[in-house]
Design a protein around this ligand. Structure first.
Ligand code: SF4
Length: 350
């Protein structure tokens, strides 16, 4: 039986808008001297306005590379080798970000203005020797037709909105003068200053204490509602997922193994990997001293990808001659989508 994680809602409405971003068959590979690492291997995902999609999975499952592929900021020797990332602009125009030339005007206009990204480490976005206020106003002046005075006013307003005390004073501060939580807020202020339509947040609260984490997640949720922003939140924390997600995609070795609305995923996980992830969460009220079930084995080395289903080396249900031969595709199962032969054989025989 999978554990119940307290959820804030018990029903998720289907999205009624078109997706902001449609990712289809995305493949991002790294060409190393030792071989090709297939970090993202055929991912299909949709991100909708005013909804949070949480990407869940262990370290090294391809979550961050998938997200960085959207903004074309994958480091060398990685590159997108196949697939489409269709971004739908506010005027209905669509751009395939996977085909856009890195460094092109189209991509630069979208990055920062339409789509913003925040990271676990704020210093990935903030320059160390430039005052916080200058960094935000530069972003605003780059993307908006406003005066310097208006940019300053908006930046101070934004610092205030993200909960930075004395925002006019902090406008003049360098990043090293702020605490970790305040730097995280300043990075969020910079990312949200241009009111992006999509926010990609890569483990934005992992390094923070629980109180600051809760405040920052509340802030993202508030701004999501206020701006009808789509949010892609990358996390390995199931508690965070239960708190903020409408939609969930579970990734393993570069593939989405299960996706659906948060309620279906938590109430009725269907993929053995999702079930194992949920089983490994501690529960209040469970027997003291009871060992938490761990997922057997380790994630295989990326250069030694198993044949067939990538999860088969750790799966208690693996079927010889089936799971080691073919790669399961996502199919619809009870309102979610699952990539597992257990469900495909049920369907064939049921
Ligand atoms: Fe396990 Fe086979 Fe399903 Fe993969 S396809 S998760 S190995 S049962």
């Amino acid at each position: 039986m999978t554990p119940r994680i307290p959820m804030r809602i018990d029903k998720i409405e289907k999205p009624d808008d078109q997706p902001l971003v449609e990712i289809r068959n995305l493949r991002t590979h790294f060409f190393t001297d030792d071989g090709v690492v297939k970090a993202v291997e055929g991912v299909d995902l949709d991100v909708y306005p005013n909804r949070t999609l949480c990407i869940l999975g262990e370290s090294g499952c391809g979550k961050s590379i998938m997200a960085r592929s959207i903004l074309r900021i994958v480091d060398n020797p990685g590159r997108i080798v196949d697939g489409a990332i269709t971004y739908r602009a506010s005027d209905g125009r669509t751009v395939d970000l996977a085909k856009a030339r890195p460094g092109s005007r189209a991509l630069r206009d979208i990055r920062g203005q339409d789509i913003a990204m925040i990271f676990q480490e704020p210093m990935s976005s903030l320059g160390p020797i430039t005052k916080i206020g200058k960094q935000i106003t530069e972003t605003l002046l780059l993307h908006r037709k406003i005066t310097k005075a208006e940019a300053k006013e908006t930046a101070v307003e934004m610092l205030n909105k993200v909960g930075i005390p004395k925002p006019a004073e902090r406008f003049e501060a360098y990043p090293f003068e702020l605490s970790g939580g305040m730097r995280q807020r300043a990075m969020i202020a910079m990312a949200l200053s241009c009111e992006p339509r999509l926010l990609i947040a890569d483990e934005p609260t992992t390094a923070l204490d629980v109180t600051t984490q809760a405040q920052i997640l509340d802030l993202i949720a508030e701004l999501k509602d206020e701006l009808a922003m789509g949010v892609m939140l990358i996390t390995h924390d199931l508690g965070v997922v239960a708190e903020v997600a409408e939609d969930v995609a579970v990734m393993y070795m570069g593939r989405v193994v299960e996706k659906g609305d948060v309620y279906s995923i938590f109430e009725n996980p269907q993929h053995p990997y999702t079930q194992a992830l949920l089983e490994s969460v501690p529960r209040i009220g469970s027997q003291r001293r009871r060992r938490l079930p761990a997922i057997r084995g380790m994630v295989p080395h990326p250069l030694a990808r198993p044949s067939g289903c990538p999860f088969r080396t750790r799966c208690d249900h693996a079927m010889a001659g089936v799971c080691d031969v073919n790669v399961p595709e996502l199919i619809d199962v009870d309102g979610a989508q699952v990539a597992c032969f257990l469900h495909q054989s049920e369907r064939a025989h049921g």
